[in-house]
Design a protein around this ligand. Structure first.
Ligand SMILES: Cc1cc2nc3c(=O)[nH]c(=O)nc-3n(C[C@H](O)[C@H](O)[C@H](O)COP(=O)(O)OP(=O)(O)OC[C@H]3O[C@@H](n4cnc5c(N)ncnc54)[C@H](O)[C@@H]3O)c2cc1C
Length: 367
């Protein structure tokens, strides 16, 4: 929610600066960083208060503490309390993955959480990563006059969503003035006189870019390290709790939901997994199961990207049923967005099992 609120401010400014597209004259479009932050904080506070009230009046005991397992049915809380239960649902989310270079830790970097709370805007920013969080924040800062350089390891941003979808986003980001390097390998980070430097391999050369700060957006990892899951017999793989489609872990009385178990860090799936887990621990038969064929993901860049079903290697592009086809979804010229956006990719021999669209409102597109 905080990201989307900020993105909206940057988008309105971007559109206002291109007002001539619609025959409007807006000579200057200034912004007030403090006012943008205030609006975001107010909206988040309202939402958080609503959630807090739901938890406090939920008809269950709501305790504020960090928990860790001290046995299959026993939790030790940071408050000093011990809890026992017949069944559990773990939903501890994810944390920013540690930096891939020790020098990055020495130089210091922003995370997405810190980037959303900055007291003032940096003049320039190096964004490491090319996933949804990296792209959304990179475009946000670039639209508020921050000089952004984005460095992505894979050949395209939005890995796994299809190269054709990514290319459209890359074209727009470059056109808006962002420096974008893909197909890179990070080498080192260092403090320099005028900020922080990152060097990386790119097309057989070593490049070095300098900016006031660095945003580390290379991904997140399940927040399970402090849970002592081995005490409860819950098996993990690289920290991710292994759960079946009924959200049950290797310990039959323990269920998991959300980013701590994956496989997709998407908020509505976390909610759905929680509902499935909640149902299954109360009703053994018939159990409910997750079905990821209906996966829907949206990236709130401008143009937005929406992916429904399984695409890329798991679906449309490399799926067993062969070629996909491109279908026009939006009429982007009407919203002043020239280029090849607003298209829908469909594949699967007549029965669609993967669709991707990108366009100014691609995330909310309907067919
Ligand atoms: C910048 C950013 C933008 C995002 N944008 C989107 C988006 O546009 N769309 C989308 O679908 N998803 C988005 N996501 C991902 C989405 O936020 C997550 O998928 C979702 O929040 C996962 O929910 P969760 O309940 O698993 O974890 P969380 O929401 O992280 O909640 C975990 C909770 O567990 C608590 N906890 C942790 N450890 C313990 C412990 N030991 N004991 C007790 N409590 C503990 C934490 O305090 C926290 O309250 C975004 C994420 C980020 C970082």
């Amino acid at each position: 929610m905080p990201t989307k609120t900020l993105l909206q401010a940057a988008e309105v400014r971007h559109l206002a600066r291109r007002a001539a597209t619609w025959g409007l004259r807006i000579p200057e479009v200034e912004f007030d960083w403090d006012a943008i932050q205030r609006r975001k904080d107010e909206l988040v506070r309202g939402w958080a208060d609503h959630r807090r009230r739901q938890l406090e009046r939920g008809g269950f005991a709501f305790l504020r503490a960090h928990a860790r397992f001290v046995g299959p049915h026993r939790l030790a809380l940071s408050s000093g309390q011990t809890l026992t239960a017949r069944q559990f649902v773990i939903a501890t989310g994810s944390v920013v993955a540690p930096p891939p270079l020790p020098s990055l830790a020495e130089v210091g970097y922003l995370t997405s959480d810190l980037a959303l709370e900055l007291p003032s805007l940096p003049r320039s920013l190096i964004v490491l990563g090319g996933g949804p969080v990296a792209l959304e924040l990179a475009q946000f800062f670039a639209r508020l006059d921050v000089g952004v350089t984005l460095i992505q390891r894979s050949d395209h941003v939005l890995r796994g969503m299809g190269g054709d979808v990514a290319e459209v986003v890359e074209t727009v980001l470059r056109r808006e003035g962002m420096r974008l390097f893909t197909g890179t390998r990070l080498r080192e980070a260092a403090r320099v006189v005028d900020g922080k430097a990152v060097s990386f391999e790119h097309r057989g050369r070593v490049e070095t870019v300098v900016a006031e700060d660095i945003l580390l957006a290379l991904g997140r990892r399940p927040n399970t390290a402090a849970l002592a899951l081995e005490q409860a017999g819950v098996v993990t793989e690289s920290g991710r709790i292994l759960a079946n489609l009924q959200q049950q872990t290797s310990a039959p009385h323990i269920y998991a939901a959300g980013d701590c178990c994956g496989p997709h860090d998407i908020v509505h799936l976390a909610v759905q997994q929680g509902e499935v887990a909640g149902h299954n621990l109360r009703h053994a038969t018939p159990p409910r199961s997750m079905d990821y064929r209906l996966l829907v993901r949206v990236v709130f860049t401008d143009p937005q990207v929406a992916v429904a079903g399984l695409t890329g290697k798991r679906g449309a592009g490399g799926g067993p049923r062969g070629a996909g086809r491109l279908v026009s979804l939006l009429r982007p010229r009407q919203v002043g967005d020239p280029g090849r956006h607003g298209r829908l990719r469909e594949a699967g021999g007549g029965r669609p099992h993967g669709r991707a669209s990108r366009g100014q409102r691609g995330g909310t597109g309907r067919r």
